[in-house]
Design a protein around this ligand. Structure first.
Ligand code: FAD
Length: 466
């Protein structure tokens, strides 16, 4: 057992918390979305929470932790939903939220500390020069920039810009290593892909440089369809209109909208499916014209309501907020993450909707993927047993739709990041004792791990770039 009294003394001057209730609170994320992870991770807790205010304090903390052999699990807003930020081996939770300053804003890019909340970053860049992040997670009000890069994948804006996996969507990272004398690395281009979506297993991100896009007062729009597949076809056709500027396009099947979008209920019609949109104000006239042509029933426009007080933003109906809204009403719901590779993505969606009926309720997110528009999905699942969930996954895969399994907490099993020898060599270099977020990278714990298991990964291994 490490001598935490001694460690606290060595960290003097840095904010440290050891109250067990508060430490436990900061040792969890949204793992409980998954009934499987909930059972596995409920008792996980750290021993200390350390909240550095500067890169220098991060370096000091890692140096002390290294000397005592204590694990360190970084944490931003704790909104990850696969237990990414949970300290499986105890030790220190490194809370980055006090490192929240913007350092520089330039045309097309921003430099900020990793702990800034992404909505706050957007607020400041918009006020400064009418710019905002290209895309943000739907948790933008509570998630940090560093946490998004280390644990997220894409989100609101990915219809235009793709995701974090795409070269150019992150410009530069400053990363502190976990060594006797921690080093600060500056990573760009291919190199930063070692650290993006690595759950903080190979360095602590302290500073981030991100590209920016023009900011707009995006208009929330909800369009109803009696037939879900008409909603999907409309969304697909709309995203192929070159001139209409969109930030969010999410077809969501009945009964989700009417049953779970409680604050929007006055505008919704029972039994209807919807397409949730965010549209640039100057694109509203063309959007309305096109929706009318496609026989859409425009139910809601944020530019026409008297007040948006108490009404959530459109993006808080989409991405994993759809799941959250369902879980608030029906705790028996869980979800999956599906890719529907194009160009026949609409056909694939139709096939799976028919197979599962009301057991798996469709929710799609249209995104740009490798230059083409297709859809990914976060369908809701009426959960019965783990075996049935596995069957549902297999049926998707048999129909050509890979699953990124949100019921696994390791990088590899979740299918998000492919680890390979380059990734492993980098971790050996940056974290030789394996103290950063232990238990999250199978390839580190199991030297016989088969890198070429044939699985699909959202963030491909680094060898594929070399
Ligand atoms: P945390 O949960 O605190 O951490 C995430 C991971 O990053 C952990 O492994 C942690 O150890 C590591 N980490 C955190 N900070 C650092 C750092 N500075 N250096 C190194 N490692 C670090 N995700 C999306 O991609 N798109 C979405 O639209 C989206 N919608 C969501 C909606 C809901 C309702 C929920 C619950 C989750 C959603 N997520 C989404 C997942 C999650 O909210 C995002 O990925 C978010 O950006 C994570 O940021 P965070 O600050 O909360 O990170």
């Amino acid at each position: 057992m490490p001598d935490y009294q001694q460690i606290r003394q060595e960290l003097e001057g840095i904010a440290v918390e050891d109250n067990p209730a508060l430490v436990k609170q900061k040792s969890r994320d949204f793992y409980w979305y998954s009934p499987i992870l909930k059972a596995q991770l409920d008792n996980v807790t750290a021993d200390l929470v350390v909240s550095p205010k500067s890169e220098e304090e991060v370096i000091r903390t890692l140096k002390v932790a290294y000397a005592h052999g204590v694990p360190v699990t970084p944490r931003g807003g704790g909104t990850g939903n696969y237990g990414q930020a949970m300290p499986l081996s105890g030790g220190i939770v490194l809370n980055l939220m006090s490192m929240n300053r913007i350092k520089e804003i330039h045309p097309g890019r921003v430099i900020a500390e990793a702990g800034i909340i992404t909505a706050e970053l957007d607020r400041q860049t918009k006020a400064h020069s009418g710019q905002e992040l290209r895309f943000h997670p739907s948790t933008t009000g509570t998630a940090t920039l560093g946490g998004f890069i280390a644990g997220g994948s894409g989100g609101v804006g990915s219809i235009t810009w793709g995701g974090l996996r795409d070269l150019g969507n992150i410009l530069r990272l400053r990363v502190v290593t976990m060594e006797a004398e921690p080093r600060v690395l500056e990573l760009s281009a291919w190199d930063l892909q070692k650290v993006s979506h690595a759950y903080g297993t190979n360095g602590i991100i302290t500073e981030v440089e991100m590209p920016l896009a023009p900011a707009y007062d995006w208009v929330d729009v909800i369009i109803g369809y009696d037939d879900y597949m008409d909603a999907v076809r409309f969304a697909d056709a709309l995203t192929h209109r070159n001139g209409i500027l969109l930030k969010e396009v999410a077809p969501i099947s009945a009964p989700i909208p009417y049953d779970y979008f409680t604050r929007h209920k006055p505008w919704l019609k029972e039994g209807q499916s919807v397409v949730v949109l965010m549209v640039a104000p100057h694109s509203m006239a063309p959007l309305v014209a096109y929706a009318e042509k496609m026989k859409g029933d425009i139910r809601f426009r944020s530019d026409k309501v008297e007040s948006m007080k108490g009404i959530p933003h459109a993006y808080e109906l989409a991405w994993n907020h759809t799941t959250l809204r369902a879980l608030k009403v029906d705790p028996g719901i869980t979800y999956l993450q599906v890719q529907y590779p194009g160009p026949d993505h609409v056909e694939k969606v139709g096939r799976l909707v028919k197979i599962f009926g009301d057991e798996v309720i469709s929710h799609l997110e249209f995104i740009k993927f490798d230059g083409a528009i297709q859809c990914s999905g976060l369908p809701l699942v009426r959960y019965t047993t783990e075996e049935r969930l596995e069957e549902i996954i297999k049926i998707h895969e048999d129909n050509g739709c890979p699953i990124f399994n949100p019921h696994r907490y390791t990088l590899e099993e979740g299918g998000m990041k492919q680890t390979d020898t380059v990734q492993l060599a980098f971790k050996k270099e940056t974290d030789p004792k394996g103290l950063l977020n232990p238990g999250k990278m199978i390839a580190w714990d199991n030297p016989d791990f088969d890198f070429k298991s044939g699985k699909n990964y959202l963030f491909p291994g680094l060898q594929s770039f070399m």
